[in-house]
Design a protein around this ligand. Structure first.
Ligand code: GRG
Length: 294
């Protein structure tokens, strides 16, 4: 199966589960806040992080992926959606378009976007904590990945580096490790936990997710330069406009492409011991992340 076919098949399983869990969570929430949260999560998104959770659970021998993988994948997607909502705010990247629609602060207002992001982040921990037997481990996994030493830390470094011109590629990748790879690493490690993997495989899957995340973000830097805004559902050229520290600014287009592929190869190496269709899918997903067109 190709990576694209795999992602499509898992996305069609993830979407109704995510929608059902979110509808249940939003029942006691004030209507306008609930509407902003729903808008920020549903109606778009490739659902790559939950798909990676399922792929990791399947790869360590639990196919089909168990309900815990859907619950953890959904929680990761809530955190990812919160990060996009906040990343689009005027104080951050100041974007009007996301997933082909007005950003949450444009469709609602800034206060609603801030609160919707806060509430999605918090709800994610209700979901992880509710996973039978693995609640504490998965909550810790997500909290570390999302927090100051992970995604938020990467975003802070990204903002500090903005407007200061090109920085060495390794320094750019330290930013990518936090703002992007941390969630992918948690997806793969958490998926392995849901699939009942032993420690060694959890850590190998974590390395896989980390390298895949670097390939994914390198591809994102490329797409901002040469991607099709209609396919991406967001504007292109924003990185150069804001003078962001990207791999393209440090290495150029071809250098960035080579880095994306080197990271995908590193991801494949991390799971080299996994035979069969499940191992093949992990490797196909890493190569897809490096060469994606949206
Ligand atoms: C705490 C105020 C505050 C803000 C947090 C942490 C943060 C803002 C932002 C995270 C940084 C970020 C948005 C990184 C970009 C990662 C990335 C390439 C996102 C795009 O992911 P896709 O392509 O998006 O998977 P879809 O729309 O398909 O889900």
């Amino acid at each position: 199966m190709t990576a694209e076919a795999y992602l499509e098949s898992r996305r069609s399983a993830i979407e109704p589960e995510l929608s059902r869990r979110l509808a249940e969570a939003l029942r006691p929430v004030p209507p306008r806040l609930a509407e902003a949260m729903r808008y920020g999560v549903l109606g778009g998104g490739k659902r790559l992080r939950p798909a990676l959770v399922l792929a990791a659970a399947e790869a360590v021998g639990h196919a089909p992926a168990p309900p815990s993988a859907f619950q953890f994948g959904g929680a990761l997607e809530l955190v990812h959606c919160y990060s996009l909502i906040h990343d689009d705010l005027p104080a951050m990247d100041d974007d009007d378009l996301r997933r082909g629609r007005p950003t949450v602060h444009r469709a609602f207002d800034e206060a609603a976007a801030i609160l919707a992001g806060d509430a999605l982040l918090t709800e994610a921990f209700v979901w992880t904590a509710s996973v039978p037997n693995l609640g504490a481990a998965l909550t810790r996994e997500l909290a570390v990945a999302a927090g100051a030493s992970g995604m938020v830390g990467g975003q802070a470094l990204d903002i500090e580096a903005t407007g200061r011109g090109a920085i060495p590629a390794d320094a750019v990748e330290r930013i990518h490790e936090g703002k992007t790879s941390a969630l992918f690493a948690a997806a793969a490690a958490g998926g392995a936990l849901c699939g009942g993997a032993t420690d060694g495989w959890v850590e190998r899957l974590r390395s896989y997710g980390r390298a895949l995340g670097l390939a994914f973000q390198a591809a994102d830097d490329l797409l901002d330069v040469e991607g099709d805004p209609a396919a991406r559902g967001k504007r292109s050229g924003g990185d150069a406009e804001l003078s962001k520290a990207t791999l393209v600014a440090s290495l150029g287009v071809e250098g960035t492409r080579a880095r994306a592929h080197a990271n995908a190869e590193a991801a494949c190496d991390a799971v080299a011991g996994l035979d069969g269709a499940e191992g093949e899918i992990l490797r196909a997903l890493a190569l897809y992340a490096a060469g994606r067109s949206r």
